[in-house]
Design a protein around this ligand. Sequence first.
Ligand code: ADP
Length: 438
Amino acid sequence: EDIEEESKWKEWELKKFQEFRFEIDFTSSVIIKLTKGTAEIFGAELAIGIEYEIRGQKVAVFTWHGCTFEIKGKCDVEYIADETPMMSYLNTHMAIEQMRCKIEKEGGNEPRVMIVGPPDVGKTTLSKILINYAVKHGRTPLFVDINPSEGTVTIPSTLTATVIDKPIDIEEQLSVLPAKSSMAPLTYFFGYLQSANKLKLYNKLLDKLSETIQKKMDKDSVVRYSGLIISTPNDLSNNSNWDMFTSVIEKFRVNVVIVVGHERLYSDINKFYQDNNEIAVVKLTKSGGVVNRDSSYRRIIQNYKIKEYFYGTHKCELAPYSVIVSFSDIYIRTIEQGIAPSSALPIGMERKVQETRLVNVEPSEDLVNSILALTNVDVKETENDDEEDDILIGTKLLGFVHVTNVDVEKKKITLLCPCHGRIPKKYMLLADLKWIET
Ligand code: ADP
């Protein structure tokens, strides 16, 4: 009976400004089809008559003018909401769009928007909405994701910047598939899931990322006018991280700070910048549709991002390869933070302030299930530590591999790779992240 029920189309009607919220887990899917009117999912418009397969998402179909759509399959949660903050989100977009029009006409600053707030207030969702509205205006904003814990356009433990030039895919959202943007994301390897754990390294990468972004904008005025949409980690909005907070604003020359769902934080930021007329602070309310995600659900999302990297999505499957490599052919480093204790230094030697350093990792069974980032840095025969540190931190990545087996006796390591071929003689960086393939 249930199965029969699930294979039938069920019709829903929305009046203008209403939204249909639904949740569907990762193991099943629903098909949604717009039959009349206009509707969007987080700012991306649904086309009439097209069947979209949605899985593993908590989303809302919103309409500005009213619509009718059909759904096939069973949602875990489904209801219609009358109240949404969409009008204020649209107005925010319009204000940002005005900044873009203004630079085209008379010069000025491109919008550099940073979205902040506590966990689960819809920060990522708002980034998507603002990106989709910008794209609808023919813009190509840079989506900057400095939240290493989730991974949007690639696996977690990275910081990324991606030029987005088409609406975000309704079925896959921000996925790791390169086809989703005509430009591959710029990826920096952080290696950890929480920015607060390794602030110095995190800061260093933010410097690199912001410099590269600046260079990109200097070269490409279309991207520059479109501006930045920066998605931030939850812990950035903790009161204890105020210095970090202001330094991100400085580094990326942020001129619009959007605070979602946190009055106190809004008031603090507003007060702090009240004499600075270069920075606008905007307050937006949290949507009642935003779903709280507990740590086990977050873990599931992280795992899915990694799986997506190697195996693709339901819509576009990828076939990774397994390769066996000798210990002597791989060069793994991990980035550590801290200063060498003075006692460990030979007498008379000055303590060198090392904020981040690279440590050699000998292959062992501990590596099983780890993620390694393959850098584009050639292994040199003679190593100069300092130089190597600097080159490797903030280097361009060729991709990621997954350690599936380590045979200590035979001194062989088995790696899952996204593409075929020999593993080049380049340095690899070890992430503090394990993934068990299921
Ligand atoms: P944050 O980035 O602040 O942690 P997210 O934007 O990731 O929050 O939102 C948390 C969850 O709520 C996500 O799964 C998102 O898809 C979902 N969500 C956001 N807005 C809505 C909505 N209006 N209806 C249904 N689900 C929503």
